[in-house]
Design a protein around this ligand. Structure first.
Ligand code: ADP
Length: 152
């Protein structure tokens, strides 16, 4: 059984994340979306909301599981018996950042990181832009899955 962990903050999930997860399930038997909990980070959405948005977005997809975690992603992989980490690449900055993490993870473990290039139509979207639009009263309808819009 090929399992991949898709780690991130998902504050909130965007159409870009959605695209990567959808394509991930065509490659793996299970995609575990893992929401990292970092005590030093300030989030716009609560952990419960972030988890619910993803669960609702994939409620008809049994190959997607959503969990939360603290600590190293490779330790989570071992715990969940996942052989792969799934990540999306939007631009050269993502690549440089991800390259260092993937190399480090390979030194520390046998876990392979699989990168998917983002769909051109969603490659400009980031959770931080979505939060910015929201803070300033803008419309995020075209940037996020429907589940996120149901909030409050
Ligand atoms: P992090 O806190 O790790 O940056 P994010 O929730 O922002 O977490 O991103 C998690 C993963 O989703 C990363 O691999 C990131 O490259 C990918 N990702 C973010 N935005 C997009 C997008 N618009 N299209 C495809 N992948 C994306």
């Amino acid at each position: 059984m090929k399992k991949a962990i898709f780690p991130g903050s998902f504050d909130p999930i965007t159409n870009g994340h959605f695209d990567i997860i959808k394509r991930g399930i065509s490659l793996f038997d299970e995609v575990i979306v893992a929401i990292g909990v970092n005590a030093e980070k300030k989030y716009m959405f609560t952990l419960e909301d972030r988890k619910r948005f993803i669960e609702e977005s994939f409620k008809d997809e049994p190959k997607v599981k959503v969990i939360t975690y603290t600590g190293l992603t490779i330790d989570l992989c071992k715990k969940e018996k996942a052989q792969f980490i799934l990540r999306g690449l939007r631009n050269p900055a993502d690549f440089e950042f991800e390259k260092a993490i993937a190399h480090t993870n390979r030194v520390l473990s046998k876990i392979e990181t699989v990168f998917l290039l983002t769909a051109a139509s969603t490659s400009y979207i980031s959770s931080s832009i979505v939060r910015d639009v929201l803070r300033n009263g803008g419309d995020i309808t075209k940037l996020v899955p429907e589940a996120v819009l149901k909030k409050g």
